[in-house]
Design a protein around this ligand. Structure first.
Ligand SMILES: Nc1ncnc2c1ncn2[C@@H]1O[C@H](COP(=O)(O)OP(=O)(O)OP(=O)(O)O)[C@@H](O)[C@H]1O
Length: 289
């Protein structure tokens, strides 16, 4: 049974996620034997379902500021993708009210052969703005991005920080009712990060709902009143940010090893600080896909 995604079935700015489940099929290739490789035989193992969300319930009211935290692979990005309507649910229901602006996978939303200016024009249309509305905001968006002459060069020539500037400049002037932001702010430089934070704060002050996924616990403390802790695709805690982050730090400091890969360096540092120790972040940190 497929899950449901309904827009405008709840008040503007509200989010309702009910019993959300989602798995991803991953081709497992580790069991291939040397004989199979030498004889070029097909390996019999099929795709394996990796559960990302296992029955997540989330009720967010208009104007709330909510952070989602959790270890690598906990299901944070999957939750945002489901809320943005990019990834459908296997079962459960998403309802979201009003216009949604998502800053998730930057590369996915852009055309690399077109200039920044052209991408703004196309991006605005994707978010439901008319050509005229985008043109009215174009100069403000370009000024916000501080891309200078790069705005007329193809995106192939952009650094990842420049892509963030472009993406944020579009989202910053959409006046969306719901803002979904995944970690992207971390790629911009310090000055631009502060500018983005100020812009987000202004949008929240004007009534937008914010859902932020980040490993930057200080950013969360500054930005979000409420935090949801995910663990292995389930909600492990949901409440005031100070309380849930304290639980999360406790979880991180008490664990010997993460679920998969290494901990994010910011989390390791936070856990070390919480434990009063001086643990160094792992040098061979790797981000899972
Ligand atoms: N497109 C995909 N294909 C296969 N597996 C996926 C895909 N997206 C997510 N997963 C799997 O779903 C689980 C949850 O992933 P998700 O990216 O939501 O975690 P996360 O909490 O955002 O992790 P991180 O902190 O590392 O970004 C992981 O086991 C991940 O491997």
């Amino acid at each position: 049974m497929a899950g449901e995604y309904e827009q405008d079935a709840v008040p503007i700015g509200a989010i309702r996620l009910e019993a959300a489940t989602r798995s991803f099929n991953v081709q497992v290739d580790s069991g291939r034997t040397l004989k199979e490789l030498l004889l070029r035989r097909e390996h019999r193992g099929g795709p394996e379902a990796v559960p990302a969300l296992r029955g997540v319930d989330l009720t967010i009211d208009p104007g709330e500021t909510v952070a989602i935290v959790g270890r690598n692979g906990a299901g944070k990005s999957s939750t945002l993708r489901v809320l943005a309507g990019i990834v459908p649910l296997d079962s459960g229901r998403v309802r979201i009210g009003g216009q949604v602006a998502a800053l998730l996978d930057l590369a996915a939303g852009f055309s690399r052969d077109f200039s920044g200016r052209e991408n703004i024009l196309m991006g605005g249309a994707l978010y439901g703005l008319t050509r005229r509305q985008v043109e009215e905001r174009l100069e403000d968006m370009i000024a916000f991005s501080e891309l200078g002459e790069f705005v007329d060069l193809p995106l192939k020539a952009y650094s990842s920080g420049m892509l963030v500037r472009l993406a944020f400049a579009i989202v910053a002037f959409l006046d969306a009712d719901v803002l979904l932001i995944d970690e992207v702010l971390a790629v911009g430089d310090g000055a631009f990060q502060r500018k983005c934070e100020e812009r987000i704060a202004a949008q929240v002050a004007s009534g937008s709902t914010l859902v932020l996924v980040s490993h930057d616990l200080a950013l969360i403390e500054r930005t979000c009143a409420r935090t949801v802790l995910l663990d292995s695709g389930r909600v492990a805690a949901d409440g005031p940010t100070a309380q849930v982050l304290s639980e999360y730090r406790h979880l991180l400091s008490g664990e010997a090893a993460p679920v998969r890969g290494t901990n994010h360096p910011a989390e390791v540092a936070a856990a070390a600080a919480a434990a009063g120790g001086g643990a160094e972040p792992p040098s061979d940190h790797e981000e899972p896909a």
